[in-house]
Design a binder for this molecule. Structure first.
Ligand SMILES: Nc1nc2c(c(=O)[nH]1)N[C@H]1C(S)=C(S)[C@@H](COP(=O)(O)O)O[C@H]1N2
Ligand SMILES: [Mo]
Length: 205
């Protein structure tokens, strides 16, 4: 990510209080910096759709009403951004990816997902990293609907990976057999992005 992003909202203090909570090279912040590679897309809710496609028996599309009829769960999770800020104990509400994948039949070859977004951003994630309670589509944070800058109306949240995998303005998930790079991965960032292994760049994978 360009270094201008780093300077924008970062107010870090060296992590001494929660060494077990903060991955190597990260600093705690109380703030919530905005990091977007392009402009915030305007999303008209009546036209919003979430799609699951690719290596599934048949694709599924949910409109805003159908999506909001799904069970919502609460999550308290930490955020780790590759630009070195970490934020502890964010309170999210959202729909588990397990719930969403329960709407389709995965083909056995499906091993990776490409998250794609309104505005064109993409990011690739191993399927196992969004299953079994590890990821969700966030609708609210700290009791408030997600603001557009932070990915509202709905964003993917994969808290155990660097935050660029948490695609804002999510539009769908495409199941894939092979790992394909998304936007930042194409530019040299890690395919997996595990902060505990400091997988920042492709060369760290
Ligand atoms: N659609 C979209 N999602 C995105 C991004 C983006 O530019 N576009 N930036 C990523 C990066 S690099 C980070 S660190 C987080 C930032 O989320 P925030 O702005 O809510 O802090 O969103 C990720 N998701
Ligand atoms: Mo980021």
């Amino acid at each position: 990510m360009p270094s201008s992003f780093y300077n924008k909202g970062f107010r870090g203090k060296p992590n001494t209080s929660s060494p077990d909570r903060v991955p190597p090279g990260q600093y705690l912040t109380q703030g919530f910096p905005v990091l977007s590679a392009g402009p915030t897309p305007r999303i008209h809710l009546p036209a919003w759709n979430f799609t699951i496609e690719g290596l599934v028996a048949s694709p599924v599309q949910l409109n805003w009403e159908a999506f909001n009829a799904l069970p919502v769960e609460s999550y308290t999770r930490d955020i780790h951004c590759v630009t070195k800020w970490s934020k502890l104990d964010a309170h999210w509400e959202g729909v588990s990816i397990d719930t969403l994948l329960g709407k389709v039949s995965l083909l056995p070859e499906a091993r990776y997902v490409m998250a794609y977004c309104y505005g064109g951003y993409t990011t690739n994630i191993p399927l196992a990293d969004v299953q079994n309670g590890k990821a969700f589509i966030g609708l609210r944070i700290e009791g408030q609907p997600l603001t557009p800058e932070h990915g509202g109306p709905a964003r993917l949240v994969v808290p155990h990976l660097y935050f660029w995998k948490s695609a804002k303005w999510i539009k769908g998930l495409r199941l894939m057999a092979d790992d394909q790079p998304g936007f930042w991965e194409e530019a040299g960032y890690s395919m997996h992005a595990d902060p505990w292994k400091e997988q920042r760049y492709r060369t760290d994978d």
